[in-house]
Structures are given as C-alpha cells and as structure tokens.
Design a protein around this ligand. Structure first.
Ligand SMILES: NC(=O)c1ccc[n+]([C@@H]2O[C@H](COP(=O)([O-])OP(=O)(O)OC[C@H]3O[C@@H](n4cnc5c(N)ncnc54)[C@H](O)[C@@H]3O)[C@@H](O)[C@H]2O)c1
Length: 441
C-alpha cells in the first residue's frame, strides 16, 4: 500500500513516520524494550519508554544503561539530544503516535500462558488511546492474542482497530549477547490487522531496522515466532537425547556432532547441555501447545521436547553422583564447584538458568555447593544466598568435583582442569584438552 492510497486517518501518521517527527513509545524497558527504544531514538524519533520499575526509568533518565547489549554512551547521547525519555506515568500514552508493547509473557505454575502483563499494559494504553495511534505487540505469545485479547480491550472505548487506530504484531527476535545479530540487523516480521496497519508498522520500523518482512496477519506473525522457538527446542531436545544415548553407549557426542556438521547440506548442528534456559526456548513452545490444545489439536513434539530438555538438570545431578561414587565418595558432604550460572555464555542473565535447578538438586542431595561466574556476583537458590568466588587453585583443589554449566569465554579451562580433581563438562568447553579428569556430557 503506497502513502497516497492510505486512508486519511493513517496518512498523517505515515507522514510523521517517514519524516521521523512521530513521538514513539515503548511499554516495558527490559532486554527487548530498551534496545528497541535506543534504535528508535537513533533513527531520529522522539522516543519515550514506559516501565513500572522506577529504578529502570531513573537509570535511563540519568543517561545510563542496565542492559549489557545497550551501550551507556548511546543512552547518554540520545538523552542529551532530547530524543530518549523514560517514565512510569501512563498518561504519556496520550502524547504518543505509536506504542510498542514489550512486557513479559511467562508461564503460570501450571505451565499455562500468563498474559497478565500484556493485559495490564494494554488496559493502560486503552485508557489513553486516541484516533490515529499505532499499537504493536512485540511480546512472544500464542497465535490469536493480538486479535482475540489485545484488540477487544483497545476497542472498549468505541474506537475501531484498522479504522480509527492501527494494530499489528511483530515478534522480537533479540539474541542477548550476540554482537553480530542485533535489534538493528535482524529482519523484523510484521503482521498488521489490515494492510494499512502493516504499512504503518513497516514505516515505523523502516527507520530503525534494516529489513522488514510482511506477513498477512498478526496470527501468522505470532506463529512465525513460535515456529522459530519450537524448532530450537525440538532440535536441542534431539541433541540432548542423542547425548544421553551416547553417554550410555560410551560415545563422545561432541565428536559425533562435529563430524556430522561437515556435511554441507541437510544437517544443522544443535548441541546438548545441562538444560534449557532463558525466557524464550523453555517457555514459548508451551504457549503454542496450550493454544493448539484449546483449538482441538494435540501437539506431540512440543511436550516430548519439553520433557527431555527439562530432565537434563536431573541427569547432570545423577551423573555427578555417579562420578563421585567412582571416587568412593558420597554426594552428601561433597564439595561441588559450579562454573557459570547464566543460561548461556558471556551474558549476565541467570533467570531460568539450568544452573539454578542443578544447584537446587545438589543441595537437596546434601552437597556443599559453591560457584564462580564473572557476570553474576550473587545468587539465591532455595533461600540459600551464595556469592561468586574466583575459580582459583585453592577453590578448585579443595572441591571434590567441578561442573561446567556455562562455557564463559573468561574461564581459564586448562587451569580449571589442572586444579580440580574431576571436571564434569556439560558444554564441551574443554574441547581440545586431554586429561583423565575431564568427563564430558
Ligand atoms: N529476552 C529475550 O531474549 C527475548 C527475546 C525475544 C523475545 N522476548 C520476548 O519479549 C518480551 C519481553 O521480554 P524481556 O526479556 O524484555 O522481559 P524483561 O523482564 O527483561 O522486561 C520486561 C519489562 O516490562 C516491564 N513491565 C511489566 N509490566 C509492565 C506494564 N504493565 N507497564 C509497563 N512496564 C511493564 C517490567 O518492569 C520490565 O522492565 C517477552 O514476551 C519475551 O518472551 C524476549
């Protein structure tokens, strides 16, 4: 749809978006929202972030970042230029031309979707919605959320989506810690409720994101994200099951995957590990499984993958028991040192990390657990407060066994192998080292 064919309510917004004079807003300034806000400000838009957390708001207003992938120098520059603002005040919504929603979408204890953050953010927007605004949901969620949950709330005041205001879904694909693929250069999939909604969303992102991919509806865009994450979950589960099989058959799974990767077509390597982590892969496929069940279709891959992946921390604990047993030691009273507690290497996020589950299991079995992580200075597991220590000779040689849970680049693996009596490496971080005390997953 070209600007000249847009309905008049949309034309003014389209012009503001192409001229970068629109006032854009982001609701939720976390791992997804802050990088997006910074890219919008970089594109030249006056950008205002809204968050319930006043500490985040104050940090941005001071010109500082709290997300490792976002440079403080960028936040400071855009604050100084008068292009980046943050507030806890919902009333600012009435001054915005566009609103991107980047709030959490976790699971309930029952493993059902918890849309309460999305609903409360949308209710806040609905209270201040005015004609001509564009609302885009970016939070990962099940197919149908934008149309079935978000739209009715926004239409409560009498405005109609696609006619009076505009609505789209565009999944966030950020990969924390990835320096090559950032918010700016990862293509953005956009599904508008109507062609006009899509055209406006594309115009918004065109300023800050290199490539925008149109799909025919919000539902398709929602499904795209869940296919991507389900693909990862299922393939990681396959790698984990092959690793369990190889452990049983005394085959080095890492060597197998490396050699299989030499095939130039038809194979893509996925790696086993101590369990899934982060806020996407362990959670999002279950959103899809839930919705599919409601719609009368029983999925099979998702549940099986979840079962295999969520069993990995227990496998690590059981294997640790066996390794101690081989040394004539009981796990109760043994000193176990954990290397890395974040859910993947070289990031600071320990939320949903498999390390937490492994530590919990080891503590439950009576082990004395310590840990080292250059990115996480303290951690509380099952009410027990722990502080990171340096993985020095004294710490490692006084432990009975060390487990590599996260393969941070900063660890000195040859030194770790030299000093710990046994190194249980769940990530192949010790690749290339040959020593009798290394045991790989
Ligand atoms: N972190 C990732 O790697 C990643 C990647 C892709 C997609 N996602 C998805 O993006 C969404 C956001 O994830 P995240 O990691 O940025 O979460 P986060 O927890 O880091 O940040 C969410 C922010 O939203 C704020 N918030 C919650 N409710 C609010 C409300 N009603 N009004 C204003 N602010 C509110 C919170 O205070 C928090 O600062 C989720 O749906 C997630 O699944 C995350």
């Amino acid at each position: 749809m070209t600007p000249s064919t847009l309905p008049t309510t949309a034309e003014a917004l389209h012009q503001k978006l192409t001229a970068r004079t629109a006032h854009v807003g982001i609701v939720g300034l976390g791992y997804v929202g802050l990088p997006l806000a910074v890219e919008m400000a970089r594109a030249g838009f006056k950008t205002t972030g809204i968050d319930l957390d006043h500490r985040k708001v104050e940090t941005i207003m001071r010109g500082e970042s709290y997300i490792p992938d976002v440079h403080t120098r960028d936040v400071a520059e855009f604050r100084q230029a008068g292009r980046l603002f943050a507030t806890t005040d919902p009333a600012v919504v009435s001054t915005l031309d566009t609103i991107n929603i980047c709030v959490p979408t976790p699971l309930r204890k029952t493993k059902d979707p918890d849309l309460s953050y999305v609903v409360s953010a949308v209710e806040m927007i609905a209270d201040h919605l005015h004609p001509g605004q564009l609302v885009i949901l970016e939070s990962t969620t099940y197919p149908g959320t934008t149309d079935e949950v978000v739209r009715p709330i926004l239409e409560r005041g009498g405005l109609v989506a696609g006619r009076d205001f505009f609505l789209a879904f565009s999944p966030e694909r950020v990969d924390p810690g990835n320096e090559k693929w950032t918010t700016r250069n990862v293509p953005k999939v956009v599904g508008g409720l109507t062609p006009t909604c899509s055209a406006l969303a594309r115009a918004l992102y065109a300023g800050s994101i290199e490539r925008v991919i149109d799909v025919s509806s919000p539902k398709v865009a929602e499904m795209v994200k869940l296919l991507e994450n389900t693909f990862r979950s299922v393939n990681i589960a396959l790698a984990n099951e092959i690793a369990l099989m190889c452990s049983h058959m005394k085959i080095n799974v890492w060597e197998v995957i490396k050699a299989a990767s030499s095939k130039p077509f038809g194979f893509m390597p996925f790696y086993p590990g101590p369990g899934l982590g982060g806020h996407c892969i362990p959670i999002d496929p279950l959103y899809l499984e839930w919705k599919s069940k409601i719609d009368g279709f029983e999925s099979r891959f998702i549940g099986l993958a979840d079962k295999i992946n969520s069993g990995m921390p227990r496998f690590v604990a059981t294997r640790t028991m066996e390794l101690l047993n081989e040394q004539g030691k009981a796990i109760r009273g043994s000193k176990i040192h954990i290397l890395g507690v974040t859910y993947k290497k070289d990031i600071s996020d320990s939320r949903e990390s498999p390390a937490i589950e492994v530590i919990k299991l080891l503590l439950g079995l009576g082990a004395e657990v310590s840990y080292s992580d250059p990115f996480v200075s303290s951690l509380t597991v099952d009410g027990q407060a722990m502080e990171s220590v340096q993985p020095c000779r004294e710490v490692l040689s006084s432990s009975d066994l060390a487990i590599v849970i996260t393969n941070h680049t900063a660890f000195n693996y040859p030194e770790i192998v030299k000093n710990a009596p046994v190194v249980f490496d769940t990530r192949n971080a010790t690749e290339g080292l040959t020593a009798k005390n290394i045991v790989r997953l």
